[in-house]
Design a protein around this ligand. Structure first.
Ligand code: B12
Ligand code: SF4
Length: 382
């Protein structure tokens, strides 16, 4: 009964909104009744929170001020093998080129820090594998996209058809830049978005829309003179405040890089076998960051406590089965073994470590063989 009444109420609201649009009380571009748009923006934020987002903000679609930073970054070659970053060039700073008609970007934030074994303990125990906090649960791309689509549809139910497209991560858009303009946080020197209440361990996603919603104000930055993130980066990848040489970042080396990991960087990677969180873990704003409310972000298969030897023993079938639905699976079994071999090369010498490596010394994959050879050399002095 209650459901039917809600449906009736929704239909009534849609009819009301459609009438308002027809009468020009809510129009597109130029015929806007701002009090209505403001009310709609407030409701969008409420719906976003009800859908499980931790914050929603709205920005203009003009990012041209960010274009030179992007061009400099690409010109320096900091993107390494990530050809997709160069391919889209300035489009990343031009949402209206990506989705014609875009006037505003609705930006969403979702906290991902799971309840997990302590990260610092994990990093300190060189027999254990460290996997990035964001990857301990299910793949976030699907979760974010699905959630954003629900928000976009909720708006449609309210105002009728409008132009929009949802994006997260893989889109050629400068998401951090957009979210900063939408007031969802400020950019830290590690280049990630930060907030006072939630630190930086969150995902971002967007709805590009042709609705002329009122925009939010950016928030002030609160890093001051702190540069912990730069100092603690194991590979010195943050070459200057707000400038990250991805080719040195462990996240790039363990996730994006397809080939051999540069030998000089391998010892610095330690036991980080998928992504890296150091610049975030040492940030004072993450000290009291909340844990996620998302069941999908919950740790799976004890990945927060697994040893390197244990994970290195997985067969390809086990890798595929246990990591089904996880972002980690995207790197494939060969890169997984490559990363674990580096971790094992950095582990304390023990019979278990040496025999795990020796068991894969003749791996059919040259990439694995080469990294195993390097790792064995670290233990045997070869
Ligand atoms: C490519 C990419 C990477 C690359 C490069 C990262 C980078 N910082 O550029 C690699 C693989 C290394 C990476 C790693 C990670 N990533 Co990533 N990544 C992306 C992706 C797809 C594009 C980022 C991008 O455009 N980089 C290009 C450069 C040019 O961008 P930029 O650093 O923002 O550059 C600006 C500044 O340098 C600025 N600038 C230059 N000089 C100056 C000077 C001053 C004073 C100022 C203020 C600014 C400034 O100008 C540039 C243009 O605005 C985004 C998703 C997206 N579509 O945006 C996710 C994204 C940034 N990544 C994310 C995450 C979670 C991570 C990791 C934490 C994952 C992990 N645990 O391993 C690490 C963090 C590493 C780090 N410190 O950045 C999240 C960040 C969420 C947040 N809180 O901000 C995003 C938004 C994905 C998402 N949808 O949630 N990532
Ligand atoms: S993710 Fe790790 S390697 Fe990359 S910049 Fe941060 S601390 Fe450095």
């Amino acid at each position: 009964m209650r459901q039917r009444a809600a449906q009736r109420q929704r239909r009534r609201l849609v009819r009301q909104q459609q009438r308002k649009i027809a009468l020009g009380m809510i129009g597109r571009m130029g015929q806007t009744d701002f009090s209505d748009w403001r009310a709609l923006a407030a409701r969008i934020k409420g719906w976003g929170q009800a859908l499980g987002f931790d914050a929603i903000g709205i920005s203009e679609s003009d990012l041209h001020a960010a274009e030179s930073g992007l061009a400099d970054w690409l010109a320096a070659g900091f993107h390494g093998e990530m050809d997709y970053m160069a391919r889209h060039g300035a489009t990343r700073a031009r949402p209206a080129e990506l989705v014609p008609g875009t006037l505003r970007v609705i930006s969403a934030r979702l906290n991902y820090q799971p309840h997990a074994a302590d990260a610092a303990d994990n990093l300190a125990d060189r027999n254990r594998a460290y996997l990035s906090r964001y990857a301990l649960g299910r793949d976030y791309h699907k979760l974010m996209r699905h959630r954003l689509q629900r928000l976009a549809s909720r708006i449609e139910a309210e105002i009728g058809a409008y132009g929009y497209r949802v994006f997260t991560d893989s889109a050629p858009l400068l998401e951090v830049e957009i979210a900063g303009r939408a007031g969802l946080g400020w950019r830290g020197k590690h280049t990630l978005l930060l907030t006072r209440e939630a630190g930086s361990m969150f995902f971002l996603g967007e709805i590009c829309t042709d609705l002329p919603l009122p925009v939010d104000e950016p928030v002030a930055e609160h890093c001051g003179t702190c540069s912990r993130c730069i100092e603690v980066c194991p590979t010195r990848a943050i070459v200057a405040p707000y400038r990250l040489d991805a080719r040195r970042c462990i996240s790039y080396l363990t996730i994006e890089l397809k080939g051999s990991i540069p030998v000089e960087l391998r010892p610095l990677i330690g036991n980080r076998v998928y992504g890296c969180d150091d610049c975030q873990l040492h940030c004072p704003w993450n000290r009291h960051a909340p844990t996620t409310r998302e069941a999908d972000c919950a740790v799976r298969h004890g990945l927060d406590r697994a040893t390197l030897v244990e994970l290195f023993a997985w067969t390809q079938a086990e890798f595929e089965r246990r990591l089904a639905g996880s972002a980690i699976r995207r790197i494939g079994y060969v890169r997984w073994l490559r990363n674990l071999a580096v971790g094992l090369g950095n582990a304390p010498t023990s019979p278990a470590v040496v025999s795990a490596l020796a068991a894969r010394a003749d791996d059919p994959e040259p990439l694995v063989r080469e990294h195993v050879g390097w790792a064995l050399g670290r233990h045997t002095g070869g």
